[in-house]
Structure formats: structure tokens, C-alpha cells
Design a protein around this ligand. Structure first.
Ligand SMILES: C[S@@+](CC[C@H](N)C(=O)[O-])C[C@H]1O[C@@H](n2cnc3c(N)ncnc32)[C@H](O)[C@@H]1O
Length: 378
């Protein structure tokens, strides 16, 4: 796509915002502001217009700021993430009353975080519309901070970003310098950050608190974050499968997808497989309570698939975490179990084309595990 002039970008912003406002009016909804504490997203009103608007505003920002300012700020974006991480780790959103305010001193006393540091972190977060101050010294919710009070498993995902992913993210450059041509799962940003020779998932298993947070976080982004599992429920015609299908959710974490599928298709038999600790915790916490057609099985997807003759082997967001050689090994392990007509369903990020790339996901996976999002056709 060719770059647009400031005038063309401005016209697009105007056209797209008008389209969104019109849609809001036609649904009898008020136009929200970032200071509203009620969650909601214009992306849900008109996803296409919202996406186009976001891209247009980003392009406009680059053009207006120019390269020096844009690149400088990009290099410093780690602070956006760290301040968000601190907000979540110290549970600040739940310490500010909805519709009211708290002083920095009160928040410091309740969270245990030194008042001066807390104030600086929150004031930084406020530049990203996470909380606002008014009157001076009083912290109030915005749409973003209020959202954090309403989605504990999404906060688990943010906690995982802060404590697990970001240390790896910041070490990507060092890892690339050290291992410029590697496909190894132990020569990654993560291994540099943690001084470990273990693979990411082995390391995670040795850190039970982080492992649990990661697993709850997977549910968080699947139910209310960046990769909604509703999409997978809608994208595949599950109803066209044989009525009493057996579905294996390979690497299915605590079973969040399986449980939603089970509700839609109570006649299916669904088996969730994951590493032993994940399954142990899922069973202990009785995550599948009340759902009779979902069972759990500890199984490494590098070993031969023990459930033979299933109708579907589903792999949701598995391959982006592994280099090609391992993806092939994972698929090979399924082969002995496949009956004629069995389906292997894969839900993954696909980077569509050069002019319409998903700017970030491929490199995010690479920082942790030497892997990548696949391009269409690869
Ligand atoms: C990115 S998560 C995706 C989880 C889930 N499918 C989802 O869509 O939310 C990858 C999952 O693969 C699991 N996993 C990693 N290595 C595994 C292995 N060797 N065998 C089975 N599962 C594994 C992880 O524990 C994690 O639950």
C-alpha cells in the first residue's frame, strides 16, 4: 500500500469516525470517551471501520511525528509495558473504587509499593489512558483501568507478559547477536534472560506460580483478549461433523476451548491433552465442573498420540511456539492414530501478505521459543 498524505489520512479519519458514530446512533448508543468506566469497544460496533481507523491513525502519527520522534518513542515502548505490568502486579485497579477516587498515599499503603515509585508509575500509565488524575493527587478509573477490574484471567495474561514474556522480549536482540542462525529452542531471548538451558515450557514447569498464571492467562486471552476462541467456534463448521464425534484438543491448556465446544455440542466427546502439570491443576481446580463430555489427559504432543481413531485432532495456537522441525515432529506423532477421514484442525496466526502484515506476532513468538507465525502458503 502506498503511503498517504496528511490530507488523505485526515479525510479517512473523518470518514471512518463518522461511520462509527452513525452506527452508534443507529443502535441508540452514546458515543463513549476514554474516561468512561464502562467497558466496550468500538471494534465491536464495526470491526472493519475500527481496524481501518486504527491503521490510519497510526500512519498519521508517524507522518506527524517524523522518524526521529517515532523511532525514539518506539525504542522506549518497553516502559508502556512495564508500567502496565506494575499496575497489574500490585493490583492497583482493584484498589481504586469504581466511580470514586483514591489518593497516591492510600494506594501506596494498600499495595505496599513505595508512594514515590507508585506515583511515578501511575503518572506514566496515565499517559496511556490507564487511570486519570482529578483533582490533583486523586486517582480515578478510565475505561482501561476499569477493564482490568473486570477480567481476572486477562490480568493473569498481563502478569505473564510482565514476569515471563517481557524479560525474554528485551533479550531478543542479545539472543539474535549470539545465535543469528539458530532454530534451537534453547537459544532464545528467553534462555538469555533466564540464563537457562531448558526449553521455554520445561522452564515454565519448574516455576509453578508462573506456569499457573500462564495457563489462566491463556484462558484470559481466549475469552476476552487478543485471540478470542469464539472465532474458532464460528470459523469451523463443527455442526457438520458426525454427531458423536471424538475431538482431541491437543495442547488444550486447562480446557477453556473444549468446555465452550462441549456446551455447543453436548453429544461430542472431547479430550483435552496437555503437559502433566497443566492437567493436574485443571483437575485439581475442577475447571470442567459440571461438564460431563470433557475429560483430561496428560500427554506430550511429541509422543505418539494415545487417542486412536478420533474424528478431530485440534491444535489451537500450538505451532507458532515451535520451529518448523518441531511442528513436523508434532504432526508425525499424530500419524499412527489417524483413521481414514480423520481431521487435523489447526488454528494459527497467518501473516497474510506483505502489504497487510500482522506487525507483531511473529517476532513475539520468536523472542521466547525460536519460532514464528507462518506466512500464507508456507
Ligand atoms: C500457546 S498455548 C495454547 C493453549 C490453548 N490451545 C489455547 O488456544 O489457548 C500452548 C499450549 O501448549 C502446551 N504445550 C507445550 N508443550 C507441550 C507438549 N510437549 N505437549 C503437550 N502440550 C504442550 C502448553 O502447556 C500450552 O498449554
Amino acid at each position: 500500500m502506498k503511503g498517504r498524505t496528511i490530507g488523505e489520512l485526515g479525510d479517512s479519519v473523518s470518514r471512518l469516525t463518522s461511520a462509527l458514530e452513525k452506527e452508534l446512533t443507529s443502535r441508540g448508543l452514546e458515543s463513549p470517551t476514554v474516561d468512561d468506566e464502562t467497558p466496550g469497544s468500538l471494534s465491536e460496533i464495526d470491526p472493519q471501520a475500527a481496524r481501518e481507523l486504527i491503521e490510519t491513525v497510526r500512519e498519521l502519527e508517524v507522518l506527524v511525528q517524523g522518524p526521529r520522534q517515532t523511532l525514539g518513542l518506539m525504542g522506549l515502548q518497553v516502559h508502556d509495558s512495564s508500567s502496565l505490568g506494575a499496575v497489574v502486579l500490585f493490583d492497583i485497579p482493584n484498589l481504586v473504587p469504581p466511580g470514586g477516587s483514591s489518593t497516591y498515599a492510600e494506594l501506596s499503603a494498600k499495595s505496599g509499593l513505595d508512594e514515590d515509585r507508585l506515583t511515578r508509575i501511575l503518572r506514566y500509565a496515565m499517559t496511556n489512558f490507564i487511570f486519570r488524575e482529578g483533582p490533583a493527587g486523586h486517582v480515578r478509573h478510565t475505561v482501561l483501568s476499569a477493564h482490568l477490574t473486570q477480567s481476572p484471567s486477562f490480568c493473569d495474561f498481563l502478569r505473564t507478559i510482565a514476569l515471563v514474556f517481557n524479560p525474554a522480549n528485551t533479550c531478543l536482540s542479545i539472543a539474535l547477536q549470539r545465535f543469528p542462525n539458530t532454530q534451537s529452542m534453547t537459544q532464545t531471548g528467553h534462555s538469555v534472560a533466564r540464563h537457562t538451558e531448558q526449553t521455554f515450557y520445561d522452564w515454565l514447569d519448574n516455576n509453578p506460580d508462573l506456569r499457573d498464571s500462564f495457563d489462566r492467562g491463556m484462558e484470559g486471552i481466549s475469552r476476552g483478549g487478543q485471540r478470542l476462541q469464539d472465532t474458532d467456534l464460528r470459523a469451523y463448521p463443527w455442526k457438520d461433523l458426525p454427531r458423536h464425534s471424538i475431538v482431541v484438543d491437543v495442547g488444550g491448556s486447562g480446557g477453556h476451548f473444549a468446555r465452550d465446544l462441549a456446551q455447543l455440542h453436548p453429544e461430542f466427546t472431547i479430550i483435552v491433552q496437555d503437559l502433566p502439570r497443566v492437567i493436574e491443576v485443571a483437575l485439581k481446580e475442577r475447571r470442567g465442573k459440571g461438564v460431563t463430555n470433557v475429560s483430561y489427559q496428560a500427554h506430550s504432543f511429541f509422543d505418539e498420540q494415545p487417542v486412536r481413531g478420533a474424528d478431530v485432532y485440534f491444535m489451537r495456537h500450538i505451532f507458532h511456539n515451535h520451529p518448523d522441525t518441531e511442528c513436523v515432529a508434532i504432526l508425525n506423532a499424530l500419524l499412527p492414530a489417524l483413521k481414514p477421514g480423520a481431521r487435523v484442525l489447526v488454528s494459527e496466526y497467518i501473516v497474510p501478505s506483505a502489504e497487510n502484515v500482522d506487525r507483531d506476532l511473529g517476532s513475539k513468538a520468536m523472542r521466547r521459543v525460536s519460532s514464528h507465525s507462518r506466512f500464507a502458503g508456507t
